[in-house]
Write a protein that binds this ligand. Structure first.
Ligand code: 9MR
Length: 370
């Protein structure tokens, strides 16, 4: 479905110049333009073809021209695959650790911290001049068993939560661009998910988590992140209302992360752009944080083409809304996608195939970013 036709509001500066340029000035400007075109810096067939100095522009290069980033998730076991890490290091300018910063990994025993997996990814990203989205401080999944296997009083759990957030956000202070502070806090109908945190502490745990994360790392952008909130509807309305309330209370919230785990069989979220825009209008950043578009296997040419359209449409929606700051795919190759392990008979969700070859979705992304 390639229905959204959007106009980017970026870079639409109006010129106020009224004097007519002299001929010499025009000649100089012409010469400069020729040089810049030849160098592939602006315009020209090479730049239009997405090249610079004879090298194809990366998704990150193209996104940067719109003031956006283009990222990928990754996971520690994959980092031993040199063909994989080569593309990971060159095509993207934002990295999200898929698992390495989650609670089970970072605080395997109470008060005993292990930063090794997160650090490995942060160090790799820094070596490649990439930023990092920290994921995630508070989530009901992938918790260590010391936390889930007993009852806590509210005071105890509050102290446990505060300690974890402070330790982790302090450890990565200055090293992450943003934090998914609370992940997946709502049910599909917009009610609060009955997590250990909600049940023990009430809904105020979200504001507390944001305040503690801000104290621990004042410069990180703080996000709430969830799936199935791409379209308007009860779940995304719940975030809209919560974000509004948090802003009114002066709670440090910077953005809403829309995961965007889409599936061809469930249809495209046609209200995505409108939804991004309403969060923008609250003064919040938005980001597409975990994008993939899965399908029922086998992948046919038709499905792969439809998938490409969806990647294009999502990118155009983000570019059309000023405060949609970037897009991250939930890993970039089908070789390392989480989908087949969780959804039997589904897959082929990412822009590169299992052999690390670009698929139509990759070219659609490039087109949308050009
Ligand atoms: O990609 C992650 C996968 O390796 C884990 O097994 C899975 C466990 O729940 O979590 C995956 O990442 C999730 C992310 O942290 C939050 N949004 C949904 C993602 C896919 O499940």
């Amino acid at each position: 479905m390639s229905t959204t036709s959007t106009t980017s509001t970026i870079g639409s500066e109006s010129t106020t110049r009224t004097t007519r340029p002299s001929r010499t000035r025009l000649r100089l400007a012409g010469a400069l333009a020729t040089v810049l075109v030849a160098a592939g810096v602006v315009g020209g067939p090479a730049a239009q073809a997405g090249e610079q100095h004879g090298k194809p522009l990366t998704l990150a290069d193209l996104a940067q021209r719109h003031g956006r980033y283009f990222g990928s998730a990754t996971d520690n076991p994959e980092l031993t695959d040199p063909a994989y890490t080569a593309l990971l290091g060159s095509e993207f300018d934002m990295i999200t650790p898929g698992n390495g910063m989650k609670w089970y990994a970072t605080e395997p025993q109470q008060g005993v911290f292990d930063w090794s997996n997160g650090d490995e990814i942060v160090n790799l990203a820094r070596a490649n001049h990439q930023k990092v989205r920290g994921h995630t401080l508070v989530w009901h999944n992938q918790l260590p068993s010391w936390l889930t296997s007993r009852e806590w009083t509210a005071d105890e759990l509050r102290a446990v939560l505060k300690n974890h957030i402070f330790a982790e956000a302090r450890h990565y202070r200055g090293k992450v661009y943003s934090w998914d502070v609370v992940n997946e806090a709502f049910n599909e109908d917009g009610t609060y998910r009955e997590t250990i945190f909600y049940k023990t502490l009430g809904p105020g745990y979200i504001a507390d988590a944001l305040r503690w994360a801000h104290q621990a790392d004042p410069h990180a952008k703080l996000y709430l992140n969830d799936y199935n909130i791409e379209a308007t509807g009860p779940k995304s309305d719940a975030y809209y209302q919560l974000a509004k309330d948090l802003k009114a209370q002066g709670v440090p919230l910077d953005g809403i992360g829309l995961q965007a785990h889409l599936a061809l069989q469930y249809g495209y979220p046609t209200t995505l752009e409108e939804n991004l825009r309403r969060f923008s209008q609250l003064g919040l950043d938005t980001a597409l944080t975990e994008v993939d578009v899965r399908m029922l296997l086998p992948a046919t040419e038709e499905k792969v083409a439809q998938q490409a359209d969806w990647y294009r449409d999502m990118t155009e929606a983000c570019l059309a809304v000023r405060r949609c700051v970037g897009i991250t795919v939930w890993d970039y190759t089908d070789k390392y996608s989480w989908i087949p392990a969780v959804f039997t008979g589904e897959g082929a969700a990412l822009p590169w195939d299992e052999q690390l070859q670009p698929k139509p979705a990759y070219f659609a992304l490039r087109e949308a970013l050009k």
